[in-house]
Unconditional design. Structure first.
Length: 159
């Protein structure tokens, strides 16, 4: 004898439904986090430990973008454009967003499309200010000399 079972859903009261949703979201194995980028303020000293007693490894020039991995007691563990993970003083980071050219030569265009006329070219390791975040694979950028245009997101690091 084949019995078919039918289940019906009954809506939960507003606050109870919200509580269930919040518990489910909080109980996930890993909470999703957005990648956070900042830029080096003035010349940024990179250290091997989160302390002024940490060994000075090198310094990053002003404007270089870094990815913040974790913060701890006024220090930030950052990934630099070369992929190295090290520590910097959090207060030495600027909220100004920049990107660094990773392609040997990037053509920055007047409009966000491949066949648009070029605005200027930038070579590898040139730092550009991020004017607008990427849309459809293109980011609007500005050179230190004031030139502006769109660069392919795949030709820069820091997005």
């Amino acid at each position: 004898m084949n019995r078919e079972r039918r289940f019906t859903a009954t809506p939960l009261p507003g606050r109870l439904a919200l509580a269930v949703v919040m518990l489910c979201a909080a109980s996930g194995p890993v909470a999703a986090q957005a990648i956070e980028y900042r830029s080096a303020g003035s010349a940024l000293i990179v250290r091997d430990a989160p302390s002024v007693q940490g060994r000075e490894l090198f310094s990053l020039r002003a404007g270089t973008p870094v990815e913040i991995v974790v913060t701890q007691n006024g220090w930030a563990r950052v990934r630099d454009p070369e992929g190295a993970l090290n520590w910097v003083e959090q207060q030495a980071l600027s909220t100004r967003r920049t990107v660094i050219v990773t392609a040997e030569r990037a053509t920055i265009r007047r409009e966000p499309r491949d066949n648009a006329s070029p605005a200027f070219e930038a070579t590898r390791r040139v730092v550009l200010e991020l004017v607008e975040p990427p849309t459809l694979g293109w980011a609007r950028v500005r050179h230190a000399q004031g030139l502006e245009g769109y660069v392919r997101a795949s030709e820069v690091w820091g997005l």
